[in-house]
Design a protein around this ligand. Structure first.
Ligand SMILES: Nc1nc2c(c(=O)[nH]1)N[C@H]1C(S)=C(S)[C@@H](COP(=O)(O)OP(=O)(O)OC[C@H]3O[C@@H](n4cnc5c(=O)[nH]c(N)nc54)[C@H](O)[C@@H]3O)O[C@H]1N2
Ligand SMILES: Nc1nc2c(c(=O)[nH]1)N[C@H]1C(S)=C(S)[C@@H](COP(=O)(O)OP(=O)(O)OC[C@H]3O[C@@H](n4cnc5c(=O)[nH]c(N)nc54)[C@H](O)[C@@H]3O)O[C@H]1N2
Ligand code: SF4
Ligand SMILES: [Mo]
Length: 693
């Protein structure tokens, strides 16, 4: 069975309809996709019933791919901005000349650190991102950054030494914490519902009654931003009632006694006051989770986009560990890592400056080897720790997605040079000097990885099925740019296929072999409790409840709770003016990184961003359903329509992000960020609703 046939073999009128198989590259669920092509153009798309994992499932985002390929506003050629602000069409040759010349000028004039390169959501987990990082290393800038679950990753690495995966299928109790797979990852949501129907318990922690929360055995509807306190409250119950795994704690943890002292400050009664979750629910959920092993927890991005997201994730990771749920079937599995050839590189001839954010977030830098992009704006505007003068942004729209839009816009506007690679003329691209049209994931080969517990970890290929005329994939772009810059020695690959075969070498597999294996290849055997054989990959070899590494870097060694900087409890005076708690960015069906909101897919037409307000609160404020209002925070204000709901606490409101017409990040803060990772507190701030005259 072959996932790839080459559409370019087809010719003119003689071409037959051809069905090609690949894997959707949008959200990481790896759904099998079939595409029907005629004369090289996609005319139909569907789920692939033969795909062993998704079994025919394809969500609306995958189905929207034809609209994306044909979108009338897709960028089709490079554009450069003229002196009078008009866009001028360029050939790729001209675009590469311009770009390489500007990057060389920045380096000569200010040093390589003055260039920042940011890869956004579209590059998360994708092969090309490694090549962008390599490019930065050779150029000599430490300012390479990505977006991602940095707080969760770092919390797991510092606590367990690895990043686990939840084994829902074999679990007796699934705890979804600030994670809503119904929107973010529909195939997983289906799997979780099936396991729940078969008898496993489901607990959901979410300020909104999502579809999964509605069916859950316990829905803990907490005040946004208080997850850390809730986790400590649950730990209190588990420890007080001796529901933890004593043998595991004794043999495999450090700092349990200090944790026992810490949780004394978080009895359910106090935690209930902080979180608005009842004492009974906190207690029963803790008992259920601890008493039903094997249990698993998945935290979502909501637990990270908080002023204390790193420690929150540590507290939840510790709950998982002391209840004995690590590296067992049905719990948190530690998957063996697939060994691919490394792409790290260094430019020995340069004396490298520290990355932006390295002084403020040293552990973030140490464990991600990246700059903290949320500090770029200050570097551009205030020259701290040195000025960034040029940026290349790919697969990201910072004007809509980074906190404090006002400042982001000002900063990007102040750059000497900004290049943006995207499918569309985004808000960020509009501020650029050079805009580059990106091909979609269908035009590149991509390695995917999947873990299904009984079966072990697998690696496979999402084959390239198209060539989009006039467009380059991100890999082609960076490989060509590197050669233009004179880096051919470090970018020796002539084709993407060559580069992928280089990467696959340690596995003994080739691209050709993977093309014939839609189910992928098992690259390692998983055997439970790997720590029994080799210990945990932490300095002590144990689960570090008390982290000496954190202590040595001046952080709290225990996962203590910190009240959101801006909340009804921490800023009571401000809360009189801004009495509502605002959470932003809960994912919804109308958009994704592909900006589906712009596409003419019927499902998404007539959608617009709205502020969800509890029906009773809305009435109290004399707001009609559908009325246009102003939502204001201490930083800014946006206009959008009211949507009545019963699914939210009357003291909380929720608005989506990534909308141009009502940009949630006009309201968010970039001053007080997570102290360890620098992620912004997008999920909890103070706000008010103002009726328009
Ligand atoms: N359709 C669609 N899917 C997507 C995306 C998309 O834009 N659209 N984006 C992708 C990306 S980039 C990501 S990171 C993932 C994110 O996917 P998830 O990790 O699931 O995150 P969200 O949907 O943003 O938030 C999950 C839940 O957190 C709740 N929440 C809000 N504030 C809080 C809080 O303070 N505490 C807790 N416990 N819960 C809170 C929200 O109500 C929401 O139901 O989704 C990916 N998938
Ligand atoms: N207020 C608030 N802000 C948030 C969040 C929140 O919850 N609340 N969530 C945060 C999170 S978790 C994330 S991940 C970020 C997401 O923020 P970004 O990283 O900025 O990602 P997107 O907004 O999804 O933009 C992705 C862009 O990539 C383009 N694109 C898609 N595929 C490709 C490709 O193959 N190549 C190239 N070059 N471009 C491509 C799309 O057209 C789109 O413009 O937003 C963050 N911002
Ligand atoms: S869930 Fe949707 S977006 Fe994600 S991989 Fe599957 S089809 Fe693509
Ligand atoms: Mo994300």
């Amino acid at each position: 069975m072959c996932k790839l046939s080459n559409p370019r073999e087809l010719s003119g009128d003689t071409a037959e309809l051809q069905t090609l198989r690949t894997v959707c590259g949008i959200c990481g669920s790896c759904c099998g996709m079939t595409l029907t092509l005629q004369n090289g153009s996609v005319i139909a798309v569907d789920g692939d019933p033969a795909d062993p994992y998704s079994q025919g499932h394809l969500c609306f985002k995958g189905r929207a791919i034809i609209d994306l390929l044909n979108a009338p506003d897709r960028l089709r050629y490079p554009l450069s901005k003229t002196r009078n602000g008009k866009w001028q069409k360029l050939s790729w040759e001209e675009a590469f000349d311009l770009l390489s010349e500007r990057l060389k000028t920045i380096k000569n004039r200010y040093g390589p650190q003055a260039l920042a390169v940011h890869v956004g959501q579209a590059g998360a987990g994708k092969e090309f991102t490694h090549y962008v990082e390599r490019f930065c290393n050779i150029y000599g800038t430490p300012n390479f950054s990505t977006l991602g679950s940095h707080s969760k990753r770092l919390a797991h690495i510092l606590t367990y030494g690895t990043i686990p995966v939840s084994d829902y299928r074999n679990s007796n109790c699934i705890l979804l914490w600030g994670y809503n797979p119904t929107r973010a990852c529909p195939p997983l949501s289906k799997q979780i519902s099936e396991v729940h129907r078969r008898g496993a318990y489901l607990i959901v922690v979410d300020p909104i009654t999502t579809p999964l929360a509605k069916t859950a055995d316990f829905h803990l509807q907490l005040r946004p931003g208080t997850d850390g306190a809730l986790a400590l409250g649950m730990l209190h119950v588990v420890i007080r009632e001796k529901l933890y795994n004593k043998d595991f704690v004794k043999r495999w943890t450090t700092g349990f006694d200090q944790l026992c002292d810490l949780i004394k400050e978080y009895p359910p009664e106090r935690v209930s006051e902080i979180t608005w979750v009842s004492v009974a629910k906190i207690t029963l959920a803790a008992r259920l989770y601890a008493g039903s092993a094997p249990s698993c927890v998945t935290t979502g991005i909501a637990t990270e986009l908080q002023a204390n997201g790193f420690q929150t994730n540590r507290a939840i990771a510790i709950l998982q560990a002391i209840t004995g749920n690590l590296d067992i079937s049905g719990g948190a599995i530690f998957p063996p890592v697939a060994k691919l050839s490394p792409l790290s590189a260094d430019n020995q001839s340069l004396d490298k400056k520290p990355a932006v954010g390295e002084y403020t977030y040293p552990l973030f830098k140490k464990y991600t080897n990246q700059a903290q992009a949320n500090l770029y704006t200050r570097s551009i505007l205030e020259g701290k720790p040195y000025p960034i003068k040029g940026m290349v942004v790919t697969g990201s729209d910072p004007v809509l997605t980074w906190p404090n839009t006002d400042e982001v816009r000002k900063a990007l506007g102040n750059l000497e040079f900004l290049a943006v690679m995207d499918h569309f003329m985004t808000e960020t691209a509009q501020l650029g000097d050079l805009v580059l049209p990106a091909a979609t994931f269908l035009s590149r080969n991509e390695i995917w990885r999947i873990f299904i517990s009984n079966d072990g970890p697998r690696l496979g290929l999402a084959p390239k099925v198209l060539s989009e005329e006039g467009l380059l994939t991100d890999w082609q772009f960076w490989n060509t740019l590197a050669k233009k810059m004179g880096y051919s020695r470090d970018f020796p690959w002539l084709t993407e296929e060559q580069a992928l075969n280089y990467r696959l070498k340690p596995t003994g597999l080739t691209l050709e072999e993977l093309k014939d294996k839609p189910e992928g290849v098992k690259y390692a055997e998983w055997a439970e409790k790997s720590y029994e054989r080799k210990g945990f990959d932490t300095p002590s070899g144990k689960v570090e409840i008390y982290s000496k590494v954190l202590q040595d870097h001046g952080y709290e060694p225990l996962p203590n709770y910190r009240e959101p900087i801006e909340s009804p409890l921490s800023l009571t005076c401000l809360a009189e003016i801004y009495p509502l708690v605002l959470t932003t960015g809960a994912r919804n069906d109308a958009y994704h990184c592909f900006r589906c909101q712009n596409l003419p897919v019927s499902h998404m037409q007539n959608q617009e961003p709205m502020v969800e307000v509890h029906r009773e609160k809305a009435k109290e404020l004399y707001l009609q359903d559908g009325e246009t209002v102003v939502v204001a925070s201490p930083r800014g204000r946006i206009e959008l329509k009211v949507k009545y709901t019963d699914k939210i606490d009357p003291r909380v409101i929720s608005i989506p992000h990534v909308w141009e017409k009502a940009n949630a990040n006009e309201l968010t803060d970039n001053i007080i960020l997570d102290p360890v990772t620098g992620l912004p507190p997008d999920r909890s701030m103070l706000a008010r609703i103002i009726k328009k005259e």
